[in-house]
Design a protein around this ligand. Structure first.
Ligand code: HEM
Length: 522
């Protein structure tokens, strides 16, 4: 997906960038503009030679290319791969060189090469502003950057592992189910929901529960306030605020206010937990016990929310949409949930289903839901046209016979695999059976699959994301009958089209689509 990706990194980036407005930044602003303008004119009047040994450089105004890259990323990349006929092409974002890559060799290098920086790559979303190599006149060498990247990401991932430890997840499952059930109760016995609002709210609640503390997660007004600030940040990640973060735009102001609001809110709850008489097993307490200071805990909580909400919410919404249009597949998924209930819960109990489901061991969710697993995988595959980013820190990186300059940014769009006939015949067809995960003829189970990342940076939250999606699906499919409807409540004629160019919420294009439901079980 544009995955962690835009979300975690732009999210974290926004928290890092409380930069004061000083003459230094005015100067930086003017010089960046000048460099950008000169670069644009140079590229336009003196296009590069495009000889066979060099990476093909796009012609035209670099500002237009940069604009397309941020606003129409999918179309921009694929139209240029088609137009140029090359596996690699380059363009400029401000004064940075960006290399778009496709093909098997490029993919393997992109995900596995040690000297590609993950964190530096995502700084492209801030126009490379920050401590990028050239912005300090090469003050930082590769080893410094690598060391910093390793320390911060290793620490973040270690903490995440601790929070997402199996035992802790098993304990938190009943509370997560209560959260889902409480949100669903607000919907009533029948009605219509906008999945891209209501399911996202649900995922937001669950993520806050996982990543913070009870005092926050059980206060609906605070969770709502936090959600409002979070979406403000997401929506204000505009081209100007990402590319020119020093520019005093309204988006920048809103971003800073929302970012400060979120940090203050989480800091407050960290303080509450630091003063608590009895520690508990909530994430904030686990981090306090681990010796983490307040800023690191705030960073962790918000980082986890940014990494988790958009992707998990998006997949939960789209799974419901795809199943809404594929009845046979929906029935198979419902049957799997019913089997699970019959096998692991007390069927003669009068307890509501969410409480009964809470008693199923975590291994059930992970290992005994192959149908749901392939539905999620297929949804991820079809939606998975995100663009992971990297920065090259190596002197002599060769890809497909060409040299990538040190300091160049690199982008690889996952559709190169996920929507590629060679790996997935009829790639736009929703067909979870293509992942015949247990069969002998499991060719597509072995095709490259990048939706959870691969190589050096696989998704550290995959297990919790899958668990949350399965829990939502299980409860929704068991409790409700539903159909997809349009704005006027009439059955939707076709599955909504995915807008592959959006970096954030991946809402459908065109007419909005709703779920009309009727409760059939408690
Ligand atoms: C459906 C939900 C999710 C999807 C599809 C997803 C996808 C991805 C992908 C594709 C990457 C690799 C990006 C790259 O190579 O540039 C990644 C990395 C990562 N994800 Fe997720 N993610 C999801 C949910 C989560 C959640 C819930 C968390 C945290 C609780 C999380 C934490 C991370 C982290 C920390 C990394 C970076 C790993 C590293 O630096 O090595 N993700 N994710």
């Amino acid at each position: 997906m544009t995955m962690l990706n835009a979300t975690l990194s732009s999210g974290l980036a926004q928290f890092e960038s409380h930069l004061p407005w000083t003459p230094y930044f005015t100067l930086a602003a003017v010089s960046s503009l000048l460099v950008g303008l000169l670069g644009t004119l140079y590229a336009y009047f003196f296009p590069s030679g495009n000889d066979a040994n060099k990476i093909h450089a796009l012609r035209g105004f670099s500002a237009v290319n940069a604009w397309m890259f941020f606003n129409k990323r999918y179309d921009f990349l694929w139209s240029n791969f088609d137009k140029t006929g090359h596996d690699l092409f380059s363009f400029k974002v401000l004064h940075h060189q960006v290399v778009a890559m496709s093909g098997d060799e490029a993919r393997k290098i992109f995900f596995n090469e040690k000297k590609l920086s993950f964190l530096e790559g995502y700084r492209l979303l801030r126009g490379g502003v920050g401590h990028a190599i050239e912005s300090h006149g090469s003050l930082l060498n590769d080893r410094d950057i690598k060391a910093e990247e390793d320390d911060s990401t290793i620490m973040f991932k270690q903490r995440l592992l601790k929070i997402l430890h199996r035992d802790r997840l098993q304990d938190v499952i009943p509370t997560l189910f209560s959260d889902i059930s409480r949100c669903m109760e607000n919907w009533g016995a029948e009605g219509t929901i906008d999945p891209f609002k209501d399911i996202y709210d649900l995922v937001f609640q669950m993520t806050v529960r996982m990543a913070s503390c009870q005092e926050l997660a059980t206060d609906p007004a605070m969770v709502q306030k936090m959600g409002d600030l979070y979406w403000k940040l997401e929506q204000n990640a505009t081209l100007v605020s990402l590319l020119l973060p020093w520019f005093p735009s309204t988006a920048r102001k809103t971003t800073r206010q929302a970012s400060k609001g979120l940090s203050d809110m989480v800091s407050h709850y960290v303080e509450v937990r630091q003063k608590a008489d009895v520690p508990n097993l909530d994430a904030i307490d686990v981090l306090i016990a681990d010796g983490a200071d307040t800023p690191s805990i705030v960073h962790f909580v918000l980082g986890t929310i940014f990494a988790g909400v958009v992707n998990t919410g998006m997949i939960s919404c789209w799974v419901l949409l795809y199943l809404g249009f594929n009845n046979a597949c929906k029935q198979k998924t419902i049957a799997e949930v019913q089997n699970l209930i019959a096998k692991y819960t007390n069927t003669s109990s009068s307890e509501p289903i969410h409480q009964r489901l809470s008693t199923a061991p975590i291994s059930t969710w992970e290992d005994e839901m192959p149908v749901t697993e392939s539905v999620i995988r297929e949804t991820l595959r079809i939606l998975g046209s995100g663009t992971p980013l990297r920065r090259n820190l190596a002197d002599d990186l060769r890809v497909a016979g060409k040299t990538i300059d040190k300091g160049a940014f690199m982008v690889y769009n996952s559709a190169d695999v996920h929507l590629n006939e060679r790996f997935y015949p009829e790639p736009l067809k929703f067909d979870p059976d293509r992942f015949n995960l247990t069969g002998e003829d499991d060719t597509q189970g072995k095709a490259p699959f990048l939706a959870w990342g691969t190589g050096r940076h696989p998704c550290a939250g995959m297990k919790i994301a899958k668990l949350e999606i399965k829990m939502i699906l299980a409860l929704f499919l068991y409790r409700y009958e539903y159909t997809l409807v349009d704005q006027s409540g009439k059955p939707a004629k076709q599955l909504p089209q995915l807008d592959r160019n959006t970096i954030q919420k991946k809402k459908p294009m065109g007419e909005p689509c709703y779920l009309m439901y009727r409760k059939v079980a408690e």
